[in-house]
Design a binder for this molecule. Structure first.
Ligand SMILES: NC(=O)C1=CN([C@@H]2O[C@H](COP(=O)(O)OP(=O)(O)OC[C@H]3O[C@@H](n4cnc5c(N)ncnc54)[C@H](O)[C@@H]3O)[C@@H](O)[C@H]2O)C=CC1
Ligand SMILES: NCC(=O)COP(=O)(O)O
Length: 340
């Protein structure tokens, strides 16, 4: 009988000029100290070697096939090599490397889908750099959904959840301008999102009866319509539908009073109506431990909660805690995956 995670976790390269390379090296150096699950990274081994050297870190690097990664992990950082060489300069975003960012994600997804890796952990990408190179997805979340589509079929609806031991939050609308949020919010979108969250909290996180708290959109959840109508015309009907389906959904709650410690004990996940309504509380409470998880995919994907941090890349001060939390959560959610 095989145990959990018989195949490695796969880490993507992320933006090679951001903090992803040094976080990867740093996580490997701490693997024993904090008992990290075995992982391999899809990247350019020479680029990682140069970053390690620039930091004065002793990290042996081994180019491997996915099947070799677990046995190599104790003595070297296993790297599944990219086709093209990467010579990005830390702190310097460069669209010339967009193809390597995309190749790393595509390769890692394929390996996970083939059962040759247990789960996907993505290093941060800079969206604007990829857009300059013609990338047409808002971010990983939507790109991964497109990669998860069956041939000729529609992509699954991906749901972004930011998770920590203290708080889990889901933005119902994600990377759109604030001015577009009211038009994008519909009862159907809220219901679809909440169903996926309830199902995955149960199936993947082992919460038998998940409690969802839905935020209002407007101040004081609309103050009976005096401060906006979306709370009563869009969010409240969605909550009624969810309750009729047996989902434990409460709200619309005034967003300003639903994130303090006592309020957080009343739910397992908060559904927020837009990006910052969700991400400000979790990044305030748990910036170093927060993990971004994509729900609704046929495979497990986690990521650190932060971005590429070009301002500190190459300085050796980036904290690997959120990446390490993402590796641990991926192992937990992908446990039992025993390979092909
Ligand atoms: N999952 C992903 O791929 C994500 C990518 N991004 C991308 O990152 C780029 C930069 O975004 P920002 O808003 O500046 O956010 P950011 O998270 O990269 O940086 C915000 C601040 O936090 C600091 N910081 C971030 N991670 C840190 C770490 N591990 N240790 C110590 N300090 C850290 C940075 O130095 C900066 O001062 C954007 O292009 C965005 O698209 C942002 C969030 C997630
Ligand atoms: N603000 C969260 C974020 O940008 C993560 O996006 P994604 O790349 O995971 O879709």
């Amino acid at each position: 009988m095989t145990g959990p995670c018989e195949v490695p976790l796969l880490l993507t390269q992320g933006d090679p000029g951001g903090i992803g390379p040094e976080l990867t090296l740093s996580a490997w150096l701490k693997r024993n100290e904090v008992s990290l699950p075995p992982f391999a990274v899809v990247s350019d081994p020479d680029h990682l070697g140069r970053v390690a050297q620039s930091q004065g870190w002793d990290v042996p690097i081994a180019s491997v096939e996915p099947a070799e990664a677990r046995s190599v992990f104790d003595r070297a950082l296993p790297v599944i090599p990219l086709k093209a060489a990467v010579s990005a300069i830390p702190g310097k975003p460069d669209p010339a490397y967009a193809h390597s960012v995309i190749e790393s994600i595509e390769t890692a997804v394929q390996l996970v889908r083939d059962g040759r890796a247990a789960a996907l952990v993505t290093n941060p990408i800079a969206k604007h750099v990829l857009y300059e190179a013609g990338f047409r997805h808002p971010g990983h979340t939507e790109f991964l959904a497109a990669l998860a589509a069956e041939p000729g079929g529609p992509p699954p609806h991906p749901v972004m959840m930011l998770w920590s031991e203290e708080l889990a939050v889901v933005p119902v609308t994600v990377h759109i301008p604030l001015s577009s949020v009211p038009a994008a919010l519909t009862p159907e979108l809220i219901v679809l999102t909440a169903r996926i969250v309830a199902r995955e909290l149960k199936d993947r996180f082992g919460i038998p009866h998940p409690r969802l708290a839905l935020a209002g959109l407007n101040p004081h959840a609309g103050e009976n319509g005096a401060m906006g109508s979306e709370d009563s015309t869009i969010i409240a009907p969605a909550i009624e539908t969810l309750r009729a389906e047996g989902i434990d959904a409460s709200g619309p709650l005034p967003a300003d009073t639903m994130f303090h410690p006592r309020a957080r004990r009343r739910y397992d996940a908060a559904l927020a109506m837009y990006h910052d309504q969700a991400l400000i509380p979790i990044k305030t409470i748990a910036f170093d431990e927060g993990v971004n998880v994509t729900l609704g995919l046929p495979f497990v994907r986690t990521s650190p909660d932060h971005g590429t941090a070009f301002d500190i890349a190459g300085k050796g001060i980036a904290r690997p805690d959120s990446l390490m939390a993402a590796l641990r959560l991926a192992a937990r959610l992908g446990a039992g995956h025993a390979g092909p």
